[in-house]
Design a protein around this ligand. Sequence first.
Ligand code: ARG
Length: 459
Amino acid sequence: KKSEAWSALFSEPMSDLVKRYTSSVFFDKRLWLADLTGSLAHADMLAAQGIISADDLAAIQRGMAQIRAEIEAGTFEWKLDLEDVHLNIEARLTQLVGDAGKRLHTGRSRNDQVATDVRLWLRGEIDLISGLLVDLQKALLDIASRNVEVILPGFTHLQVAQPVSFGHHMLAYVEMFSRDAERMADVRRRVNRLPLGSAALAGTSYPLDRARVAQTLGMDGVCQNSLDAVSDRDFAIEFTAAASLAMVHISRLSEELILWMSQNFGFIQIADRFTTGSSIMPQKKNPDVPELARGKTGRVVGHLMGLITLMKGQPLAYNKDNQEDKEPLFDTVDTLKDTLRIFAEMVDGITVRPQAMEDAAKRGYATATDLADYLVKKGLPFRDAHETVAHAVKAAITQQVDLSELPLAVLQQFNPSIEQDVYEVLSLRGSLNARNTLGGTAPEQVRAQIARHRQRLAA
Ligand code: ARG
């Protein structure tokens, strides 16, 4: 007795081990709504083209409505024996409506069906992710606008470099996440094309109207080569690459939050609800959420490597290898969505410690460049000014004071043109205000950028 859905050709049933090995239903059942939607669009077109009757279409629609209700109610019985989501739904349909259910697969293969389902599903997820990227950008804009005038040391090589506005620092991440949103929108254009109608690999002899199906499904176009349509997964790879970059941005932010929360910085506190204690050390409040996000970035980047490697050795057209695209793709989507969601909330709950940031900026001679620029304005070539200030910093380090704490007479030993107005230049605020060029950290620039971003996100 044959045990499978497809053929009387087989003389013995599939072994249980092989069944379990090849089955995907327990993870691909999450494509069920896309599968129903795709099938209904296909059936509608088959009827419009006179390939199936209006009665068959009505029966298929009725059956699918019931299947939908069963799945939503949790009463649908998923069977390992039926391999995947597609065969499970089709078998149930036939059970419910008889021959009409058997006609649904006319001019279709699971190869173009699954490619369509994954694209439909991913399109919806990309839309959710785009919304979450907006939420995160808004949370970053809020904390930025509350802290435009707060000064922290900007670092290069993790050494104190120049003072920057905390708002400006947050806006750097807004830029990154806005590019992630652009990438998602761009990937979506290539995800949103229709493979259905390619059948197994070569097209079909039935007079299908592929454009009609694309329109019903809200797709931007039809895949133009049947071999490519059923076997290509580069849309999934591209998505995972864009997701990896978004996670990398999250991971960089995480690293900074973790550092800033450490006692040695003390720049910020994360709201208690986002931290955890220690089972042994009573004083601990650990930044588990950003740490986990940094860790989960490795997992998403791993999925990118998995998917791209999955593709590299495949001859045209469909190969079962492609069933392995699901778990990495699903996990990438889940991980990115959860992480974006939690970050938007966490950023909102950050407490900023302006005094600790300013103190840290003062400890690192962050205004040394400003003194050099001051000397340049007095007529020194920049390289000479640079050297002069290095001597002044050395003296300040020896005396364990900031440059601004050196008396005027001492500063004048390094260069006689230094006057009383140098102290404004040596202040953190003076340094900040001076960087008033487009993209710079002066509060005026930061406010202009916040306004620009808010306008962009409202549009
Ligand atoms: N579950 C399969 C997948 O995920 C569906 C397509 C199977 N097609 C086939 N010819 N075996 O790719």
